[in-house]
Design a protein around this ligand. Structure first.
Ligand code: NOJ
Ligand code: CA
Length: 706
């Protein structure tokens, strides 16, 4: 098919359908502003659309076909002809209300190809292509059709034809969860189905050999590509089916066992963008702003009611079994809504405990406190099928005085962060959204961590299908009306919606810190985060919850944190999120000199500079804090000890900074000596170049204050 397409392109070329200065011919390719990336539209001899991508004139995605299968009409396969093409360029800068950087350049060239079936009923189909200097993207538009108002999509068949067998960092195309460890294999060796039945996942469904996005790969010549999607709105999440023999990926949408279609949309509509980030060096992937740029501008206007912040919370103590979310023991055969009459005495969310965390936050420059397990329903959380109408998002357990805690927090200048574990009952949650957010507003709470643990009810829907995509969006939109920001766990993937709805502040959507507390597979290996930085993090902010100080967990002798202490600090810089947890227990931070870094580190950035990195090995990032001009540097390594050279030439001219350096000690090792840390102070300026040794699983964190 590849050869056929190439042949047809040749024909097209001869027929004058290639880009040309001849004004009679139709433009069918578009080149990025600096000329490095080009995406070409192609039409095969039988009228099937496709495309090809070049980087510096070299083909990096070979001829790839596009198509759709529909339930109630003939698929979009072939028999199309070009009706019209048009191009435009855009160059704008826009401001992030909070983010990795203040201003973002959105500069691209666009080609719109208007297609029409050659034979009756002459259905129209448009494709938009955009070329940026950091990648390319395209999306489909389904215009109105005579006599048809709704389209039922069985699947989208967008191909991505690779030109070699790159090294890939991938997680399986699970329809229900992204919390898998990354595998590093050649493309030809991807075996996603082998990841099924993971013992630590509350829900998982991997129907075929496909991967989830962002999917990052490195070709033999060093070129990095990352495949993802932008503006996932009223559509199903996309996985990429891998044909390992033919080095071909094809979009495969997340479906449902209830509906006999994957997407239902009223005409006209546009699909999400299919994106390919293209980078000569790994570090440029992290700097890319392609995904947010492909989303629409801020629709919420002034969002200054949310302030980026660090937070602590009644959280880790549950994950390490010191406390429990539920209040007491459930009586056998008790009605679902009954409050357990017998407290077991291990309930974490008590008024007193919350006040203890508030005091700690107020003393330590930490703006927020999260309390999990405060509300009724937890005794029926995990392992129950009948979860509908169990969780109550307004009624606290008897030992938690919501109002008193909120007032106390306010008096201390701390903001409470709400918690809504839906236990994957979106209908139950939807019914309570308005009352729950109105309650938050009345208490002065502007952010909520949501959760979707367990298989979705109704059974047969999956976390990443269209039905849930619409639920997650409805939550964001409803919350915005009450000035509430969302940090979703077990979320739909980030696709840059934060540009349009900035109250999408952060999310999980990866194996977070919590796995170190209880995963039966030994927790997150040291290479996990050096992979995450170049995969999951390309999609948007991550609520990873760093800041563990007790690495060998007293209450969990079989678990440990597989990083050094210096790496836990470095994560505040390496991982971007406008809310960053200090996850450990307050008592584990007492009298710890290293905790000073968490007190000091910023959470909102004027600019970010990715200094160096290789996927799965290490990454070093410098960020300038908004409003203060302070700089912070974070560097992390995998299981290998390595020397990192930092050139501080990113610092402003003529200024000397007091640097506080938190580095691995000579014997630091994530397994044997994670707490070996050296803290030093010295002056650093623009001319400083320094080498640092990171231990196995180690890190480096530097604060630079003028
Ligand atoms: C899973 C979340 O990732 C975790 O942070 C939370 O504590 C539990 N669900 C309970 O909601
Ligand atoms: Ca989780």
């Amino acid at each position: 098919m590849k050869n056929l397409l190439l042949f047809c392109c040749l024909l097209l070329l001869l027929a004058g359908c290639q880009p040309s200065t001849n004004s009679n011919s139709k433009t069918t390719s578009v080149t990025s502003p600096s000329g490095n990336n080009q995406i070409e539209f192609q039409l095969s001899s039988d009228g099937q659309p496709g495309y090809l991508v070049k980087h510096n004139s070299k083909i990096i995605i070979d001829s790839s076909l596009m198509g759709f299968d529909f339930k109630t009409q003939k698929g979009f396969i072939n028999n199309f002809k070009i009706k019209n093409t048009s191009t435009e360029t855009q160059k704008e800068t826009w401001e992030m209300p909070w983010g990795e950087q203040r201003s973002v350049l959105n500069h691209y060239s666009q080609l719109k190809v208007e297609l029409e079936e050659s034979a009756p009923p002459h259905r129209p189909w448009n494709i938009y292509f955009r070329a940026y200097d950091d990648g390319v993207a395209f999306r489909y538009e389904f215009p109105k059709q005579e006599g048809v108002d709704t389209l039922f999509i069985l699947d989208e068949k967008t191909q991505f034809q690779l030109t070699g067998d790159p090294t890939c960092w991938w997680i399986p195309g699970d329809w229900d969860i992204y919390e898998h460890l990354y595998s590093t294999t050649k493309f030809s060796e991807i075996n996603a189905v082998s990841k099924a039945n993971h013992p630590n996942l509350a829900q998982t469904h991997i129907p075929e050999n496909s991967v989830n996005t962002p999917m990052t790969m490195k070709a033999d010549d060093g070129l990095h590509l990352s495949f993802h999607e932008a503006n996932l709105t009223d559509y199903a999440g996309m996985t990429l089916k891998t044909d390992t023999k033919n080095l071909l990926m094809t979009s495969s949408l997340v479906g449902s066992n209830i509906r006999d279609y994957k997407v239902k949309r009223a005409l006209p509509f546009k699909t999400p963008w299919r994106t390919i980030q293209i980078a000569d060096q790994a570090k440029d992937l992290i700097a890319s702003k392609l995904i947010v740029n492909l989303n629409e501008p801020n629709k919420l206007g002034d969002v200054s009611w949310f302030k980026p912040k660090k937070y602590v919370g009644i959280w880790w103590e549950m994950h390490i079994d010191v406390a429990r979310w539920d209040y007491g023991v459930r009586e056998e055969n008790a009605p679902k809504q009954a409050v357990p009459p017998k407290p077991h005495g291990k309930h974490g969310a008590t008024t007193e405990n919350a006040m203890r965390y508030i005091d700690f936050a107020a003393k330590n420059n930490i703006g927020g406190v999260l309390v999990e397990g405060w509300n009724r329903g937890w005794e029926l959380w995990i392992g129950f099928d009948d979860r509908e109408d169990v969780f109550d998002f307004v009624t606290p357990y008897p030992d938690y005085d919501l109002k008193k805690v909120a007032d106390y927090a306010k008096s201390k200048g701390v903001e409470m962060i709400m918690h809504h574990e839906t236990s994957s009952t979106p209908r139950t949650y939807s019914k309570q959204l308005d009352t729950a957010y109105a309650l938050m507003k009345s208490l002065g709470m502007h952010s909520v961590k949501t959760g979707y643990v367990g298989p979705i009810i109704p059974k047969g829907e999956y976390h990443h299908g269209q039905w849930m995509v619409n639920h997650y969006r409805k939550v964001l939109e409803t919350a915005a009306k009450y000035q509430v920001a969302i940090n979703a766990h077990e979320p739909i993937k980030a696709t840059g919606i934060r540009r349009t709805l900035p109250n999408a502040i952060s999310r999980e959507g990866l194996r977070g810190q919590e796995f170190n507390a209880w995963a039966s597979d030994g927790g997150n290996p040291p290479e996990h985060l050096p992979i995450v930085a170049f995969t999951r993090m390309l999609s948007g902010p991550i609520d990873f919850t760093p800041g563990a100080f007790e690495m060998s967990l007293k209450t969990k002798p079989n678990n440990q944190i597989n990083t050094t202490l210096a790496q836990q600090l470095a994560l505040y810089v390496v991982i971007y999120s406008p809310i960053q947890m200090a996850c450990d227990l307050p008592q584990n931070y007492e009298n710890q000199p290293a905790f000073q870094f968490i007190r000091d580190v910023g959470v909102d950035w004027e600019q970010s500079i990715v200094l160096d990195g290789e996927v799965g090995d290490f990454v070093t990032i410098a960020r300038e804090e908004r409003g203060t001009g302070n700089w912070f540097v974070g560097s992390i390594t995998d299981e290998n000890k390595r020397t990192v050279k930092i050139n501080f030439d990113f610092l402003p001219e003529g200024k000397t900074f007091k640097a506080k350096i938190y580095k691995d000690g000579a014997n630091a090792h994530y397994k044997t000596n994670p707490l070996d840390i050296i803290i030093e102070e010295e002056n650093i300026d623009k001319n400083t170049i320094k080498e640092f040794v990171l231990g196995e699983g180690g890190g480096l964190a530097i604060s630079l204050v003028e």
